[in-house]
Design a protein around this ligand. Sequence first.
Ligand code: GLY
Length: 313
Amino acid sequence: KYNIPTAGYKVFTNADEAKDYAEKHHPPLVVKADGLAAGKGVFICPSMDEAFLAIDIIMNQKAFGEAGDRIIIEEFLSGEEASFLAFTDGEDVLPLASAQDHKRVYENDEGPNTGGMGAYSPAPIITPSMQKKVMNEIMIPTVNAMKSEGRTFKGVLYAGLMIAKNGPKVLEFNARFGDPETQPILMRMRTDIVDVFTAVIEGRLKDIKLEWDKRTAVCVVMASEGYPGDYEKGKAITGLEEVKDMKDVVVFHAGTILEDGKFLTNGGRVLGVTAIGQGIKRAIKNAYKAVEKIDWDGVHYRKDIGAKAARSR
Ligand code: GLY
Protein backbone atom coordinates (compact mmCIF):
# COMPACT_ATOMS: atom_id res chain seq x y z
CA LYS A 1 0.00 0.00 0.00
CA TYR A 2 2.82 2.44 0.80
CA ASN A 3 5.40 1.09 -1.68
CA ILE A 4 7.90 0.15 0.98
CA PRO A 5 10.39 -2.12 -0.82
CA THR A 6 10.07 -5.85 -0.05
CA ALA A 7 10.47 -9.04 -2.08
CA GLY A 8 7.83 -9.47 -4.79
CA TYR A 9 5.00 -11.58 -3.32
CA LYS A 10 1.43 -12.83 -3.60
CA VAL A 11 -0.98 -14.04 -0.91
CA PHE A 12 -3.07 -17.22 -1.21
CA THR A 13 -5.85 -18.91 0.73
CA ASN A 14 -6.11 -21.86 -1.65
CA ALA A 15 -3.35 -24.47 -2.14
CA ASP A 16 -4.14 -25.21 -5.81
CA GLU A 17 -4.05 -21.53 -6.74
CA ALA A 18 -0.76 -21.18 -4.85
CA LYS A 19 0.72 -24.10 -6.82
CA ASP A 20 -0.49 -22.64 -10.14
CA TYR A 21 1.25 -19.37 -9.27
CA ALA A 22 4.45 -21.11 -8.08
CA GLU A 23 4.66 -23.08 -11.33
CA LYS A 24 4.82 -19.86 -13.33
CA HIS A 25 7.88 -18.65 -11.38
CA HIS A 26 11.47 -19.81 -11.31
CA PRO A 27 12.77 -21.37 -8.09
CA PRO A 28 14.20 -20.63 -5.61
CA LEU A 29 10.91 -19.47 -4.07
CA VAL A 30 10.05 -18.60 -0.50
CA VAL A 31 6.83 -20.03 0.96
CA LYS A 32 5.62 -18.56 4.26
CA ALA A 33 2.72 -19.24 6.61
CA ASP A 34 1.04 -15.85 7.11
CA GLY A 35 0.41 -16.32 10.85
CA LEU A 36 2.82 -16.76 13.74
CA ALA A 37 4.59 -20.14 13.63
CA ALA A 38 7.26 -19.86 16.33
CA GLY A 39 9.85 -18.88 13.72
CA LYS A 40 9.33 -22.14 11.79
CA GLY A 41 6.82 -21.06 9.13
CA VAL A 42 9.28 -20.03 6.41
CA PHE A 43 10.45 -22.44 3.70
CA ILE A 44 13.24 -21.53 1.27
CA CYS A 45 12.54 -23.82 -1.68
CA PRO A 46 15.38 -24.40 -4.17
CA SER A 47 13.12 -26.49 -6.49
CA MET A 48 9.46 -26.57 -7.57
CA ASP A 49 8.97 -29.96 -5.79
CA GLU A 50 10.07 -28.35 -2.53
CA ALA A 51 7.76 -25.37 -3.09
CA PHE A 52 4.80 -27.77 -3.65
CA LEU A 53 5.79 -29.74 -0.54
CA ALA A 54 5.94 -26.53 1.54
CA ILE A 55 2.46 -25.51 0.31
CA ASP A 56 1.14 -28.99 1.25
CA ILE A 57 2.79 -28.94 4.69
CA ILE A 58 1.35 -25.52 5.52
CA MET A 59 -2.08 -25.63 3.84
CA ASN A 60 -3.08 -29.29 3.53
CA GLN A 61 -1.30 -30.94 6.49
CA LYS A 62 -1.93 -27.78 8.56
CA ALA A 63 1.44 -28.11 10.31
CA PHE A 64 0.98 -24.63 11.85
CA GLY A 65 -2.79 -24.79 12.36
CA GLU A 66 -4.69 -21.62 11.50
CA ALA A 67 -1.41 -19.72 10.99
CA GLY A 68 -1.26 -21.53 7.63
CA ASP A 69 -4.76 -20.63 6.38
CA ARG A 70 -3.10 -17.89 4.36
CA ILE A 71 0.29 -18.29 2.74
CA ILE A 72 2.66 -15.93 0.98
CA ILE A 73 4.83 -16.91 -1.94
CA GLU A 74 7.78 -14.59 -2.24
CA GLU A 75 10.66 -13.93 -4.57
CA PHE A 76 13.96 -15.22 -3.10
CA LEU A 77 16.26 -12.31 -2.28
CA SER A 78 20.01 -12.65 -2.25
CA GLY A 79 22.44 -10.17 -0.73
CA GLU A 80 23.68 -9.36 2.75
CA GLU A 81 21.35 -8.98 5.74
CA ALA A 82 21.58 -5.98 8.06
CA SER A 83 19.60 -4.71 11.03
CA PHE A 84 18.47 -1.09 10.93
CA LEU A 85 17.13 0.35 14.18
CA ALA A 86 15.66 3.79 14.76
CA PHE A 87 13.96 5.70 17.55
CA THR A 88 10.74 7.42 16.60
CA ASP A 89 8.27 9.63 18.44
CA GLY A 90 5.75 9.10 15.64
CA GLU A 91 6.92 12.22 13.75
CA ASP A 92 10.70 12.22 13.60
CA VAL A 93 12.90 9.20 12.96
CA LEU A 94 16.37 9.05 14.46
CA PRO A 95 18.55 6.20 13.20
CA LEU A 96 20.80 4.27 15.57
CA ALA A 97 24.27 3.12 14.54
CA SER A 98 24.15 0.27 12.02
CA ALA A 99 24.64 -3.37 12.99
CA GLN A 100 24.70 -6.89 11.58
CA ASP A 101 24.13 -10.15 13.41
CA HIS A 102 25.16 -13.72 12.68
CA LYS A 103 22.02 -15.86 12.57
CA ARG A 104 23.35 -19.41 12.00
CA VAL A 105 24.55 -21.45 14.93
CA TYR A 106 27.90 -22.61 13.47
CA GLU A 107 30.92 -20.95 11.87
CA ASN A 108 30.75 -19.97 8.18
CA ASP A 109 26.99 -19.45 8.53
CA GLU A 110 26.23 -23.17 8.77
CA GLY A 111 23.56 -24.97 10.78
CA PRO A 112 20.09 -23.84 11.81
CA ASN A 113 19.00 -20.24 12.34
CA THR A 114 19.11 -18.83 15.86
CA GLY A 115 18.05 -15.53 17.41
CA GLY A 116 21.64 -14.40 16.73
CA MET A 117 25.03 -15.80 17.76
CA GLY A 118 26.85 -12.47 17.70
CA ALA A 119 26.77 -9.00 16.19
CA TYR A 120 28.91 -5.98 15.41
CA SER A 121 28.46 -2.27 14.95
CA PRO A 122 28.99 -0.44 12.65
CA ALA A 123 28.02 -2.63 9.68
CA PRO A 124 30.29 -1.79 6.70
CA ILE A 125 27.44 -2.54 4.27
CA ILE A 126 25.42 0.40 5.64
CA THR A 127 27.42 3.17 4.00
CA PRO A 128 26.26 6.78 4.52
CA SER A 129 24.45 6.70 1.16
CA MET A 130 22.79 3.36 2.01
CA GLN A 131 21.68 4.82 5.36
CA LYS A 132 20.04 7.73 3.53
CA LYS A 133 18.30 5.34 1.15
CA VAL A 134 16.98 3.16 4.00
CA MET A 135 15.73 6.23 5.86
CA ASN A 136 14.02 7.74 2.79
CA GLU A 137 12.63 4.56 1.24
CA ILE A 138 11.81 2.49 4.35
CA MET A 139 11.96 4.02 7.83
CA ILE A 140 10.36 7.44 7.25
CA PRO A 141 7.62 6.10 4.92
CA THR A 142 6.80 3.34 7.45
CA VAL A 143 6.49 5.74 10.39
CA ASN A 144 4.37 8.10 8.24
CA ALA A 145 2.23 5.19 7.06
CA MET A 146 1.50 4.09 10.63
CA LYS A 147 0.50 7.64 11.47
CA SER A 148 -1.81 7.92 8.49
CA GLU A 149 -3.41 4.59 9.46
CA GLY A 150 -4.29 6.12 12.84
CA ARG A 151 -1.70 3.98 14.61
CA THR A 152 1.07 6.45 15.44
CA PHE A 153 4.09 4.43 16.61
CA LYS A 154 6.50 5.57 19.31
CA GLY A 155 9.51 3.53 20.34
CA VAL A 156 12.19 1.51 18.58
CA LEU A 157 11.46 0.42 15.03
CA TYR A 158 13.69 -2.42 13.87
CA ALA A 159 13.82 -3.26 10.16
CA GLY A 160 15.46 -6.55 9.20
CA LEU A 161 16.84 -5.75 5.73
CA MET A 162 18.28 -7.57 2.78
CA ILE A 163 20.75 -5.31 1.02
CA ALA A 164 20.04 -6.67 -2.46
CA LYS A 165 21.70 -5.62 -5.72
CA ASN A 166 18.79 -3.33 -6.56
CA GLY A 167 18.60 -1.71 -3.13
CA PRO A 168 17.46 -2.42 0.42
CA LYS A 169 14.33 -4.58 0.95
CA VAL A 170 12.44 -5.23 4.16
CA LEU A 171 12.45 -8.83 5.40
CA GLU A 172 10.68 -8.08 8.69
CA PHE A 173 9.80 -5.35 11.16
CA ASN A 174 10.05 -5.62 14.93
CA ALA A 175 8.73 -3.08 17.44
CA ARG A 176 11.71 -3.61 19.74
CA PHE A 177 15.50 -3.57 19.97
CA GLY A 178 17.44 -6.42 18.31
CA ASP A 179 19.22 -9.09 20.31
CA PRO A 180 22.25 -9.29 20.09
CA GLU A 181 22.60 -6.19 17.85
CA THR A 182 21.69 -3.86 20.72
CA GLN A 183 24.67 -4.88 22.85
CA PRO A 184 27.31 -3.51 20.41
CA ILE A 185 25.08 -0.57 19.39
CA LEU A 186 24.57 0.61 22.97
CA MET A 187 28.26 0.08 23.85
CA ARG A 188 28.90 2.79 21.22
CA MET A 189 26.11 5.18 22.16
CA ARG A 190 27.39 8.19 24.11
CA THR A 191 24.02 9.95 24.55
CA ASP A 192 22.10 9.21 27.74
CA ILE A 193 19.42 6.71 26.74
CA VAL A 194 16.97 7.99 29.35
CA ASP A 195 17.01 11.43 27.67
CA VAL A 196 16.21 9.71 24.36
CA PHE A 197 13.36 7.64 25.85
CA THR A 198 11.88 10.74 27.50
CA ALA A 199 12.07 12.66 24.21
CA VAL A 200 10.30 9.78 22.42
CA ILE A 201 7.49 9.78 24.99
CA GLU A 202 7.13 13.56 24.98
CA GLY A 203 7.39 13.95 21.16
CA ARG A 204 10.65 15.95 21.29
CA LEU A 205 12.89 13.66 19.28
CA LYS A 206 13.81 16.47 16.85
CA ASP A 207 15.78 18.09 19.72
CA ILE A 208 17.97 15.01 20.23
CA LYS A 209 21.26 14.37 18.51
CA LEU A 210 22.85 10.99 19.07
CA GLU A 211 26.60 10.87 19.76
CA TRP A 212 28.54 7.72 18.89
CA ASP A 213 31.89 6.26 19.86
CA LYS A 214 33.75 5.98 16.53
CA ARG A 215 35.29 2.67 17.54
CA THR A 216 33.82 -0.74 16.62
CA ALA A 217 31.95 -2.99 19.03
CA VAL A 218 31.57 -6.77 18.77
CA CYS A 219 29.29 -9.06 20.77
CA VAL A 220 29.96 -12.81 20.98
CA VAL A 221 27.02 -14.85 22.24
CA MET A 222 27.96 -17.74 24.53
CA ALA A 223 25.21 -20.37 24.30
CA SER A 224 24.18 -23.68 25.83
CA GLU A 225 25.12 -26.93 24.07
CA GLY A 226 22.19 -27.93 21.84
CA TYR A 227 20.77 -24.42 21.29
CA PRO A 228 18.67 -23.60 19.20
CA GLY A 229 17.33 -27.12 19.87
CA ASP A 230 16.96 -28.67 23.34
CA TYR A 231 19.56 -27.80 25.94
CA GLU A 232 20.23 -28.37 29.63
CA LYS A 233 20.16 -25.60 32.22
CA GLY A 234 21.85 -25.17 35.59
CA LYS A 235 25.53 -25.39 34.54
CA ALA A 236 27.89 -23.39 36.78
CA ILE A 237 29.54 -20.49 34.91
CA THR A 238 33.18 -19.76 35.73
CA GLY A 239 35.40 -16.78 34.86
CA LEU A 240 32.90 -13.94 35.29
CA GLU A 241 34.96 -12.40 38.12
CA GLU A 242 38.06 -12.42 35.92
CA VAL A 243 36.44 -10.40 33.13
CA LYS A 244 34.53 -8.01 35.37
CA ASP A 245 37.22 -5.34 35.37
CA MET A 246 38.51 -5.81 31.84
CA LYS A 247 38.72 -2.49 30.01
CA ASP A 248 36.23 -1.91 27.18
CA VAL A 249 34.38 -5.18 27.90
CA VAL A 250 30.81 -5.64 29.14
CA VAL A 251 29.23 -9.06 29.75
CA PHE A 252 25.47 -8.83 29.20
CA HIS A 253 23.53 -11.58 30.98
CA ALA A 254 20.69 -13.10 28.93
CA GLY A 255 19.97 -16.63 30.18
CA THR A 256 21.52 -16.81 33.64
CA ILE A 257 20.23 -17.30 37.17
CA LEU A 258 21.91 -16.41 40.47
CA GLU A 259 21.73 -19.25 43.02
CA ASP A 260 23.60 -19.20 46.36
CA GLY A 261 25.82 -16.43 45.01
CA LYS A 262 26.77 -18.42 41.88
CA PHE A 263 25.72 -17.77 38.29
CA LEU A 264 24.19 -20.77 36.51
CA THR A 265 23.04 -21.13 32.88
CA ASN A 266 19.29 -20.72 32.53
CA GLY A 267 18.60 -20.29 28.81
CA GLY A 268 19.79 -21.00 25.24
CA ARG A 269 21.70 -17.79 24.71
CA VAL A 270 23.41 -17.29 28.05
CA LEU A 271 25.83 -14.34 27.78
CA GLY A 272 26.56 -11.57 25.28
CA VAL A 273 30.26 -10.81 25.73
CA THR A 274 30.76 -7.39 24.16
CA ALA A 275 33.94 -5.41 23.58
CA ILE A 276 34.89 -2.20 21.89
CA GLY A 277 38.13 -1.52 20.00
CA GLN A 278 39.82 0.62 17.42
CA GLY A 279 38.62 -1.12 14.24
CA ILE A 280 36.88 -4.44 13.80
CA LYS A 281 39.97 -6.62 14.26
CA ARG A 282 40.86 -5.08 17.61
CA ALA A 283 37.24 -5.30 18.79
CA ILE A 284 37.10 -9.00 17.84
CA LYS A 285 40.35 -9.64 19.69
CA ASN A 286 39.12 -7.87 22.83
CA ALA A 287 35.81 -9.77 22.81
CA TYR A 288 37.41 -13.20 22.42
CA LYS A 289 40.01 -12.41 25.09
CA ALA A 290 37.09 -12.14 27.52
CA VAL A 291 35.16 -15.08 26.04
CA GLU A 292 38.15 -17.38 26.54
CA LYS A 293 38.18 -16.71 30.28
CA ILE A 294 34.51 -17.77 30.69
CA ASP A 295 33.48 -21.41 30.72
CA TRP A 296 30.81 -23.96 31.64
CA ASP A 297 30.11 -27.58 30.82
CA GLY A 298 28.91 -27.66 27.18
CA VAL A 299 29.49 -23.98 26.34
CA HIS A 300 29.15 -23.20 22.63
CA TYR A 301 30.07 -20.03 20.75
CA ARG A 302 31.05 -19.17 17.21
CA LYS A 303 34.73 -18.40 16.65
CA ASP A 304 34.16 -16.20 13.60
CA ILE A 305 31.97 -13.35 14.90
CA GLY A 306 32.85 -10.17 13.01
CA ALA A 307 34.96 -11.97 10.38
CA LYS A 308 32.48 -10.98 7.65
CA ALA A 309 32.94 -7.29 8.54
CA ALA A 310 36.73 -7.67 8.76
CA ARG A 311 36.78 -9.19 5.23
CA SER A 312 34.82 -6.33 3.74
CA ARG A 313 37.27 -3.68 5.01
N1 GLY B 1 18.82 -10.67 16.15
C1 GLY B 1 17.57 -10.73 15.55
C2 GLY B 1 16.46 -10.13 16.29
O1 GLY B 1 16.63 -9.49 17.31
O2 GLY B 1 15.32 -10.30 15.85
